[in-house]
Each structure stands twice: as structure tokens, then as C-alpha cells.
Design a protein around this ligand. Sequence first.
Ligand SMILES: [Ca+2]
Ligand SMILES: [Ca+2]
Length: 212
Amino acid sequence: MPLPSANSYFQDGTLQGFGTQGAVRIVQSFDAIHGAHRFEPVRGMNFIVLDDPAKIDGDGARKPAPGDPKPADTTRFTFTPDADGRTTLAADGAILECANVSIQPNQTLWFHWAFTRFDWSPANDFGLFAAYHGGHTGGSPIYTCLLAESLQLERQNRWFTEWQAFSWRPNTAFSGTLLWIVSNGISTTIPTPRPGANARPSALLLDCVELS
Ligand SMILES: [Ca+2]
Ligand SMILES: [Ca+2]
């Protein structure tokens, strides 16, 4: 399905036109850590939240309710270097997908995003946007943008970003699949998976996905 232009602000309260992995939901508001800030929609009544930082136990481990979707496997989004010059091993999170998107060379994809962390170093949770030719999203994206790293926010003593406008203007016509990803991660010099890498998930907020 192409970008659902009739629902670009998620005004109909559904995720019609999108695919999801992990916890992805429509909300009217979202609180950053300890209620430090309440996010409201950029436009309309609704926006999207990827992952569910509230559903954890006292140790920060995920504590899904019965029937909740399994977290998305995000291990393929491991990257180097991270904000500390190391490797961030990606663990799990949530993914929003829009397939069959066509962007002409004179068009721009816009969206608004915000990122809130609920974790600290050596954790490095992150938000990512990736575009893939065609329908397969297992290989290499043709375009990626690392939207936020929790380590970067931690250095600034911040727990969340404001809403940000993002734009992507491909040089040549694009036809493929768009992914928005939020992931638990851990910054490490010894890149082997370890317990706790999937604790205290962060959230990626999204609104106003449109072409112009
Ligand atoms: Ca909205
Ligand atoms: Ca985390």
C-alpha cells in the first residue's frame, strides 16, 4: 500500500497502510520519563508510539501483558561507530513499515519524530529511519538516518528530544519500503550479546508522515 495520504496525521486513529512488529500504537499523548514532559500530537488528535517503555519490571526487563506482540528483532541494525566510538549492539524493539512507497525526484518525504529514553549507559537505545528498494527489508537499505542515540542525549543530560521535522528528498525516483525503528541497544567494545541489552526500552514517536 502506498503512503496513506488520507491518514497522514493518523487522524482516523488507525495504522491502516502500515505494518508493525513489536509494540506500535496510536496515542493521544505520551509522557517522557517521570512525567518530565507530555508529548501532544504535532497535528490532529493522534500520533504513533513505537515500543512500550512502561511495560517493565523492577529490573527493567520487559514485562509484556498477555496478548502483547513479541518485540521486533532489531539485531540487524547493529552499528559502528556509535556516539562513544564503539559498536552499539541492537537487541529488540519495534518497527513500523510502509511498503510500495513511490517518491518522485521532485518530491520530499516528511515526518515528525521525537525520541524518549528510559535507559542509561552503557545502554544506547536508538531511533532509525531506513529506506529499501523493493519489498525486501532484510538486506542493505539504500538510505538510513540515525535519528537519535540515547548516549547522545545522556551526554547532554536530556531524557527526550522535542518533536523534530525530518525530510528526505531522494536524488532519483524511489520505489520501495520505509521502516521506522526503535531499538534497545548496548554500547560495547566487545561486540557479543549480553544479558540486559534488551532492558528499559526507549520510545520513538511519529506524526505527520507525508509527501509533498
Ligand atoms: Ca497527528
Ligand atoms: Ca534499553
